[in-house]
Design a protein around this ligand. Structure first.
Ligand code: ZN
Ligand code: ZN
Ligand code: FE
Length: 731
């Protein structure tokens, strides 16, 4: 039998052809394999083609991903051998693999005294290492990456050209003789940085010096895959506080990198699902429950963000230290992650005492990904390194080409062309000039990497979003999708859903169709349109955008409108008693309701960072606390009225456990009881559903089909995908 097998997905630059070559040898089948413009083409002759295809699926190389596989049976040609043939054409639309953590084989070699790459800080192979972050142009070839300045030595070249070698066509292949070098700089007196250049013997010296600095409580920066991390000893409170002071970041939690999973278990309570996610080859930061308090890391909340080493450099560092380190993206707040020493020195020169740098350029920045588990389900907070660019193949010919530019916060962009959708890594909040530049640069990069030109652009309805402003200047048809509908569409896209759904879009803030600020919306929605069924009863947002950081006036003003006497108990009463509500925008935002409850209940003074009020409330939840209270909400026509709940919170101010449990149970109760009224499957999306406790209560108490984003961001990081989903179906 002879067949042609056409495969699309992530199948180039991930060792796919050598894998097929080896498999064919095992089966003793003949023919050839080659890369084409869409992926990989296999011409194979043998007794049992189906068994061969099964073996492909069963033994896939770690970074490969098959989206489409088609088999075409043909008449025999009686091939004599099996060969890897040269590419038919340059790859145009083949997916670029995300960067991946160091694999087991490379790790073993790196710690093998007899290996020629013993302790080599840039060891990698076709199964691991940098990809997206080093690529400048397509096709994915060494000359189009930041490895181009390193000429392969003879030994590396031999591995690179041997189809049976694990490093066959591994573009970042290198060794001591030919690869990048480390470089450690530190401040001795004032502005001076000293360097150690690396030779085989110097690696140990460099890392023991870094270890010494960390043990002394110094703060450093270490170059990772997609940018620098700021680091210090996470168990050294003085160092942590110094980092907070120098970085001017008083409260926001820091992520920690641990030596191994055992060390994580010492400081955190983790279950089997969390363990799986933490040790997965994508190596995301995983949000887990605290066990031991480390001062200054994540004060006043009940969780840590933890992750494991993922580059050879990280593993080498942990060979020399035994404590967890803070590893937080090196950037100025609201700016993109920093990629070069020069920029680092310019922007954070006063923060660091030392920098561990290397001379392979980061072409495309990429932050760490952030996820969490709800039992065996996953919530994605940030999709970046290890996962993105995330590619999807769909069963449809896409016309026109679509660029979706996302929201203003946690921005991502998406492309749609041919039968593919690409979601960019996390770009960030478009609140600074640098961030907007990064947004534009990412669009340029994606156009280049996928030879993509948009015919239309889709964005948000908000007129002042930077992404909207940019789209308006592009001279292309521009469609605008309501923010909370886009959240729902993103979940529909992830699961490929069609038909009508009861959709809860509980969120921070977004621009509503009536020009008010939405964020607590219940829709009946399908892929074409949505109908607003209910929303939280509007309340005035006192002080506009400032109310997000400082919700006290909004909170007491709302309380005044419900029960003036209760409002008098708060110091802000005099400030708001004469306000005219008509002067303010109205909102139905669930995120703001969290802030209000957190303030009135006594959980917070200020919303110190995004998500703080929600996490503070969650910290006090007690599932055993069954409070018999009358129903604290009602539906009045289209409005969900929670006046009684707000009164309850104010009356019980200071009783944090009680308020937390009643509030979260009530919110979940609203979702659950509305769900019961409609004979439709349910979708949950929007930033509020990042709340693990709320999600848990809902999932455990709903007895019907329920969908929410797991593999794609449930917050504004998913908006561009929702916009694309609408475009594919309606343009
Ligand atoms: Zn490897
Ligand atoms: Zn070499
Ligand atoms: Fe949103």
């Amino acid at each position: 039998m002879r067949a042609k097998i056409y495969i699309e997905g992530i199948v180039q630059g991930v060792g796919f052809r050598p894998f097929i070559y080896k498999l064919a040898k095992q089966f003793d089948y003949k023919g050839f394999v080659l890369n084409n413009g869409k992926g990989v083409e296999i011409d194979i002759e043998g007794d049992d083609i189906d068994a061969f295809v099964k073996a492909i699926y069963a033994n896939l190389p770690p970074l490969a991903k098959i989206d489409i596989l088609n088999i075409e049976y043909l008449s025999p040609k009686y091939y004599k051998t099996f060969e890897i043939k040269h590419s038919k054409s340059t790859l145009k639309t083949t997916f670029i693999s995300p960067d991946m953590s160091i694999c087991e084989d490379c790790l073993r070699e790196m710690f093998d005294k007899n290996d020629r790459r013993y302790l080599y800080p840039f060891i990698n192979c076709t199964n691991c290492g940098p990809r997206y972050t080093i690529i400048e142009n397509i096709p994915y070839d060494r000359k189009n990456t930041s490895m181009k300045k390193f000429k392969m030595c003879e030994k590396c070249e031999k591995e690179y050209t041997d189809p049976l070698d694990r490093r066959y066509h591994a573009q970042p292949i290198s060794c001591y003789e030919c690869g990048p070098i480390l470089n450690l700089k530190w401040k001795r007196e004032k502005e001076e940085w000293k360097e150690f250049r690396e030779g085989r013997e110097e690696v140990e010296r460099i890392f023991s010096k870094v270890a010494e600095f960390l043990k002394e409580g110094k703060i450093g920066a270490i170059k990772g895959l997609g940018g620098f991390h700021l680091v210090c000893d996470a168990t050294n409170e003085k160092a942590v506080m110094m980092l907070r002071e120098r970085k001017n970041r008083p409260y926001k939690p820091f992520a920690m990198m641990f030596k191994n999973i055992k060390q994580i278990e010492k400081y955190c309570k983790i279950n089997v699902y969390e363990k799986q996610l933490i040790t997965s080859k994508e190596r995301p930061i995983v949000i887990v429950a605290k066990k031991t308090e480390l001062k200054g890391i994540a004060d006043n909340i009940d969780r840590y963000g933890v992750f494991l080493p993922y580059t050879p450099v990280h593993y080498l560092l942990f060979k020399f230290i035994d404590f967890p380190i803070i590893a937080t993206s090196a950037n100025i707040s609201n700016e993109p992650i920093i990629r070069s020493f020069e920029e680092l020195n310019k922007k954070l020169g006063n923060v660091m005492d030392f920098v561990l740098d290397y001379n392979r350029d980061i072409i495309n920045a990429c932050d760490d990904s952030v996820k969490t588990c709800i039992d065996n389900k996953i919530l994605t907070y940030r999709l970046s390194r290890g996962y993105a660019p995330k590619s999807f193949s769909i069963n449809k010919k896409i016309k026109p080409n679509i660029l979706a530019v996302g929201a203003n916060q946690k921005n991502t962009v998406s492309l749609a062309f041919e039968n593919k959708v690409i979601l960019s890594p996390h770009i960030g909040d478009l609140l600074t000039i640098d961030a907007v530049e990064y947004f534009e640069r990412t669009i340029k990069t994606f156009k280049r990497l996928y030879s993509f030109e948009p015919d239309v652009i889709i964005g948000d309805k908000h007129p002042f979003y930077e992404s909207t402003k940019w789209a308006n200047e592009q001279n292309l048809p521009f469609y605008q999708i309501q923010h909370h509908y886009a959240h729902i569409l993103s979940a529909m896209f992830e699961y490929g859903l069609k038909g009508d759904f009861l959709a809860f879009s509980f969120d921070g803030t977004g621009y509503g169709e009536d020009k008010q600020i939405w964020g607590g919306e219940v829709f009946i929605a399908n892929i074409k349109e949505f109908k607003r069924l209910y929303h939280f009863k509007y309340f005035p947002l006192v002080g506009g955008e400032k109310a997000i950081k400082n919700p006290s006036l909004t909170a007491v003003n709302l309380l005044k409108n419900i029960d003036e006497n209760l409002a008098k108990n708060y110091k802000e009463y005099n400030l708001i008693k004469n306000l005219n509500d008509k002067n303010f925008l109205k909102t139905s935002s669930t995120g703001r309701i969290f802030d209000i409850v957190a303030y009135l209940g006594g959980f917070i003074e200020k919303n110190e960072y995004e998500g703080y009020s929600g996490m503070r409330i969650e910290s006090f939840y007690n599932e055993k606390l069954k409070v018999k209270s009358k129903k604290l909400w009602k539906i009045d026509k289209k409005e969900i009225d929670i006046s009684e709940l707000i009164k309850f919170v104010a009356k019980n101010r200071g009783n944090l456990e009680l308020i937390s449990s009643v509030f979260l149970n009530t919110l979940a109760g609203i979702v659950i009881s509305i769900s019961k009224k409609f004979d439709l499957p349910v979708i949950l999306s929007g930033g509020v559903f990042q709340n693990k406790t709320l999600m848990k209560i809902i999932l455990n108490n709903i007895n019907k089909k329920i969908y929410f984003n797991q593999k794609t961001p449930i917050n504004d990081g998913g908006i561009s995908l929702g916009q694309i989903a609408w475009g594919i179906e309606n343009l």
